[in-house]
Structure formats: C-alpha cells, structure tokens
Design a protein around this ligand. Structure first.
Ligand code: ACO
Length: 435
C-alpha cells in the first residue's frame, strides 16, 4: 500500500530472469512504450527485447481523441458524445463534421459544410467510362475500390497532404463522391443509366435517388427511409482502430495521397471478417428458413458446426449499442416497406441465444450486423452492395483517423517488427542438387 506522503510511482519494474537485471520503464496512460523494452538485453550486442502481438490484441498503435468504446459496458462515443444521442439528434453530415473537426457544427458551419459536400458529389465524366469498363457482374465493392483509387489520378494535388486546404478538399470530395461511386457501381450492374446527383436532396436522399430513380422528374424517397439510411451511416461512421481504419492509417503513413489510402481502407472492409458479415447473416436466415428449425440450428452452432452470424464481437462483450438502435430502426422501416419475413426468425434466434448458456458464458450478443442487413434488404439494396453501404458511412471515420495520424508527432511510417524463425544462412545449391 502507498505510504502517506509518498508520491505514486508511475513506472513499471521488469526483472529479466535470464540476467537478474531490473529495468524501470515509465507508464503513461496505462501503457508502456514498447521501445523502452529494447534496453533489455542479455549481451551488449543483442538487438534487445520486443513484444510479440499478432493481430494487435494488446497493442495501442496510436493515441486518439476520436472514438471511445467500452466493450464490456456496451458504450460507443464519438468525440465524447454517446452514439444513441448522435443517432437521435444529428444528421450524418453533422456527425462527419464532428469526427473530422472535433466539435459539432453550429448552424452556419453546418450550412457551409453541407454546401461543400453537396457541390462535390459529381464525378468527372471519365469515371463513367471507368465504370463501363467493368464486367456486367463485377462485385460493386471491387468497382468502388477501383473508383476510389482512380480518383487519385483526377486530383493529383491531393498528394500535398501537409496542405490543410488540400486536405479539406479531399474531405469534401471523398464524402461527397462515395455515394455517387456506389450508386454508379449498382446502376452498371443492373444495366441502368447513371443518375446524376441531385443537389437539392439531403445526403441520404440523394444517394437513394442515384440508386433507384427511373423516370420520375424528381425522386423523393419516403422520409422514414431517408432518415433510417442516414442513421445507418452515423452508426457505421467510425469504430476506432478497426481493420480498415488501421489500413487507412498504415497506408497513409507512407504519405501516399488520401484517395489511394481510402481505396486500401475500403479493400480491408471488403473482407468477410469485417464489412461482409451482414451479408452472411441474411444467408444464414435464409438457410434456417423457419422458426421451427432454430433449435436444430443452435444445436449445430454449439457443436462447432458453424457460427451464429451477427453474434459476438472482438471488443463488445455486451449488447453492441449500435444493434439496439438498429433494432428500433427496423420497426420504422418495416412500417413503410412491409415486414421482412426474416425478422421473425432473427428475433426468435436472438431470444433463444440470449437464454442459452453457451452464448451467455461466452458473452456473445448481437452485433451491428445482426439486424442491419434486414433493413438494407427491405429498402431494396442488393446483398452485394451491403459492404459498399458500410463504406459510405465509414468514409468520414477513415478521413478523421488519417488526418489525426498525419498531425501526430509520434507517428512515422508504419513498419512492424517480426520474430524471424527461418534459416540463419545457407549457400545456394546448384539446380541438380535441389530436392
Ligand atoms: N457463434 C458461435 N460461437 C461463437 C461466435 C458465434 N458468432 N462468436 C464467437 N464464438 C465462440 C467461439 O467459438 C469461441 O468459443 P470457445 O471459447 O469455446 O472456443 C468463443 O466464442 C470466443 O470466440 P473468438 O473467435 O475467440 O472471438 P473473437 O473475438 O476472435 O471473434 C468475431 C469475434 C470474429 C466477431 C466472432 O464473434 C464471430 O465470428 N462472429 C460471427 C461473425 C460476425 O458477426 N462478424 C461481425 C463482427 S462486427 C463487424 O465487424 C462490423
């Protein structure tokens, strides 16, 4: 126990049992710097101690002021604001501004910001030719990633990443054009003409217009669907150091232009372990087919024959707060679209799983993907487009993470170490001596 008057030591003492030597390293924010371990050596010419941490299970790669998650309590906050309040009281563009600039915009700032985004939704006509070049059944996420990378060739001055004006232009362009690229990818896949952005519509409504407008002189989505999509963008906007944010930071740390870094982040999101799980939930619900088949399905999951998709999370060991919001949102959407019949299966699955010892013991709760796919499907988005919808919302988070990384004096080009376990050295044998 700490004696009265004695200053609390914020250091960690490590004893190396190989040598009997002790080292004292400073603790800051409950972490030690891995580089402080380098002094721990058996011989003076040793490289020094490192940590081994595949998948960054216990390594903070940065300091951040953007997003806070407490996975045990089911808390998610952007810049200190609870996700529940942001989803209820703000628009996606307000949240994007908050993530990028640290504060919610006032009325004038929001008007300016919305104008900037809206006037950057158009893409160069050559982007249409690029989209046309894809095969008719190309996956929209592949087209979206290709489109983002291509944008870097249209805006070469964006490589001046230290120029704050250029950076801001990139924010407008990437947030503005992400829905346009996504909708173009979809329209190409169904052989329909591309729909130009409509600058009089909100961010979400314009996206729905570019997706679904056919011959209407003016496309006006149902306000409940427009609001639901906007909330889904908010819920997906950032999630601290996830796989795609880490890709954005890692690739951006080479000081490549932000369009190329965003393409890399989108590629990370494409993977089924990251942005593709909501699609897997729908396929699972289809496979189950009816409520009476649920007990047999749960039994198989418990026997290790597959997973309950949309359940469990690396960070959340409680109900994912985004899943609670989406569950409520689903009711509002289904009032307009009609009930997605898979919802009954999903609700029953959740009810049974949350009472089952297997799931309770492992703290497996519904995550953001459990209900989002049902809403997307009810709104007529094809399953292939789900990761693209995720990417539209996440664009503001990627940009916020990227800008924070560039302004952080601690950051350098990302370059992990390895534990080399291969041959020490050997001579190259002649061809006739190789096995
Ligand atoms: N269904 C059944 N069992 C599960 C599930 C699940 N969905 N998730 C975890 N488990 C079990 C594991 O089998 C393991 O059991 P064991 O201790 O008996 O071996 C235990 O729970 C811990 O699982 P891990 O795989 O170690 O947990 P991890 O944190 O590595 O995985 C993950 C998290 C990938 C999300 C996992 O829960 C999963 O595969 N869920 C289904 C896919 C999914 O919904 N992904 C979306 C995540 S949200 C997002 O990325 C936006």
């Amino acid at each position: 126990m700490q004696a009265q008057g004695e200053a609390k030591k914020t250091t960690l003492t490590i004893t190396d049992n190989r040598t009997g030597k002790s080292y004292e390293v400073p603790i800051e924010n409950d972490t030690i710097r891995a580089i402080d371990l380098r002094q721990i050596k058996v011989n003076p010419d040793d490289f020094g101690m490192m940590t081994y941490d595949p998948a960054f299970m216990n390594t903070a790669s940065c300091k951040s002021k953007i997003t806070f998650i407490d996975g045990d309590k089911g808390i998610l906050r952007y810049r200190g604001y609870p996700i529940e309040q942001l989803a209820e009281k703000c628009s996606y563009l307000e949240v994007a501004y908050l993530l990028l600039y640290g504060e919610l915009p006032n009325k004038t700032q929001l008007a300016d910001w919305s104008t900037h985004i809206t006037t950057h939704t158009f893409v160069h006509e050559n982007m249409k030719k690029l989209m046309d070049g894809f095969h008719h059944d190309a996956h929209p996420m592949g087209m979206f990633i290709g489109g983002l990378a291509a944008l870097s060739t249209f805006y070469p001055s964006a490589k001046h990443i230290e120029d704050k004006k250029e950076r801001e232009l990139t924010f407008y362009r990437l947030i503005g054009k992400a829905p346009t690229l996504s909708a173009y990818a979809y329209r190409h896949s169904i052989g329909m003409p591309y729909v130009h952005p409509d600058n009089e519509l909100s961010y979400a409504a314009n996206f729905l217009s570019m997706m679904f407008r056919i011959a209407e002189p003016k496309y006006k989505p149902h306000p409940a669907l427009e609001k639901a999509l906007d909330v889904l963008f908010i819920l997906h906007a950032d999630h601290e150091q996830n796989c795609s944010a880490n890709a954005m930071r890692g690739v951006g740390s080479s000081h490549v232009d932000p369009y190329s870094a965003a393409a890399a982040a989108a590629a990370a999101l494409y993977g089924p372990l990251h942005g593709g799980a909501n699609e897997a939930v729908l396929r699972m619900l289809d496979e189950i087919g009816s409520k009476d088949k649920i007990p047999a399905f749960i039994k198989e999951v418990k026997e290790g024959k597959g997973r309950l998709m949309g359940f469990g999370h690396r960070i959340y060991k409680n109900y994912d707060p985004r899943a609670s919001i989406i569950k409520k949102l689903a009711d509002q959407v289904f009032e307009v679209t009609g009930r997605n019949p898979k919802l009954d299966i999903a609700l029953e699955l959740e009810r049974i799983a949350l009472q089952d010892d297997y799931f309770v013991k492992r703290k497996l709760y519904p995550n953001v993907d459990f209900y989002s796919g049902l809403i997307y499907q009810a709104m007529k988005f094809p399953v292939d487009l789900f990761p693209v919808l995720f990417a539209i919302g996440r664009m503001s988070g990627w940009l916020a993470q990227w800008a924070e990384m560039l302004d952080d004096a601690d950051q350098k080009i990302a370059r992990p170490r390895q534990v080399y376990l291969g041959y020490v050295t050997r001579d190259v044998p002649a061809m006739n001596q190789r096995g």
